[in-house]
Structure formats: structure tokens, C-alpha cells
Design a protein around this ligand. Structure first.
Ligand code: S3P
Length: 169
């Protein structure tokens, strides 16, 4: 099986949907944020705080490069992985890339509820920040092989749609 890469903004469901998908396909699930944390022994927030976003992006690309040398994986990626030049092409060349999208209100609700620290949203007005980042990244997200809108469907339904969309390779 070719890798399936889930890309998209924070809070669109990449990790939770990715785990269901991997289980259904009997594939291994990996998460680039988790791999960066394992590699450094630091949390994402600590990497941003003690090192820098630039260093985080470098580490993220390093783990992605390792992933692209394997196959049979369902890969959940950090929302900003697409901004580093070359990363999206690397994913498109080695697998099927699916963008998960959601509306700004849904994203804000989910990121506030899921307990994950997201350094880029620790700002006075996270709603505006989400809109700004989404706008900056939109051209990358829409150039995936497939797009699934997750605002009004369950994680199970999102996984089913991805299976349907990717079943012919
Ligand atoms: C980021 C998204 C986060 C994590 C980091 C930066 C981003 O991952 O990689 O906080 O730039 O959008 P999730 O999309 O899994 O929350």
C-alpha cells in the first residue's frame, strides 16, 4: 500500500481520523508531531519556546523524509508541514495526499477542547489567527489529491470517505 498522508489545519481531525483509517486498513499509523517529540525528547511547545519554529520545521521535514522512505503507512502531519518548500511534493510523490478541512468555528472549538498545546494559537485572537493561517496555507491544502470536509461528519464517516476516495490508488 502506498502511504496515505493526511494534511490540513490544526483541529481538522487528522490524528483521530488517521487512527481509525489505519486500523481499518491494517496499516501502521504515524504522526509527525509525535515523531518529532520522540526524536527530541521535548514537547512541541517546548521546541517552539526553547528552540524556534524554524528548528521545529527542520525537524518536521527530517521525520517526513524518513517516512517517505517507507510504505504502508497512514501519516498524520502537523498542520504547517506544507509551508516548508518541497514537503508537499515529497508526499504527493510517495503516496496519496488527503486534506481534511473544517470551518473556522469548528476548528476553534476543537483546538480549545482537545487539550493539545498549539503554540501558534497562543495569541490574543485565535479566531483571527486561524483565518490568517488558513488563508496563507489554502493554496497548499487545495492541491492535495483529495479533500474531505469534516465539520459536520463523524470521525468514522471521515475515515469511510477516505477509504472510498483512495481505494483505487
Ligand atoms: C502546527 C500544527 C500542529 C503542530 C505545531 C504547528 C501548525 O499540529 O505541528 O503546533 O503550524 O499548524 P496539528 O495540526 O496536529 O495540531
Amino acid at each position: 500500500m502506498k502511504n496515505i498522508y493526511l494534511i490540513g489545519f490544526m483541529g481538522t481531525g487528522k490524528s483521530s481520523v488517521g487512527k481509525i483509517l489505519a486500523e481499518d486498513l491494517g496499516a501502521q499509523f504515524v504522526d509527525t508531531d509525535k515523531l518529532v517529540e520522540e526524536k527530541t525528547g521535548k514537547s512541541i511547545s517546548d521546541i517552539f519556546e526553547e528552540l524556534s519554529e524554524e528548528e521545529f520545521r527542520r525537524l518536521e521535514t527530517e521525520v517526513l523524509r524518513d517516512i517517505t522512505e517507507q510504505d504502508g503507512l497512514v501519516v498524520s502531519t502537523g498542520g504547517g508541514i506544507v509551508v516548508t518548500r518541497g514537503n508537499l511534493d515529497m508526499m504527493k510523490q510517495t503516496g496519496i495526499v488527503v486534506t481534511l478541512i473544517a470551518d473556522v468555528h469548528t476548528i476553534l472549538e476543537r483546538v480549545q477542547a482537545d487539550g493539545t498545546n498549539r503554540p501558534l494559537l497562543e495569541v490574543d485572537d485565535p479566531f483571527e489567527e486561524i483565518k490568517k493561517l488558513l488563508f496563507d496555507r489554502a493554496s497548499f491544502y487545495i492541491s492535495a489529491h483529495h479533500i474531505v470536509e469534516t465539520s459536520d461528519i463523524t470521525q468514522r464517516e471521515a475515515a469511510d470517505r477516505i477509504i472510498e476516495l483512495t481505494k483505487n490508488g
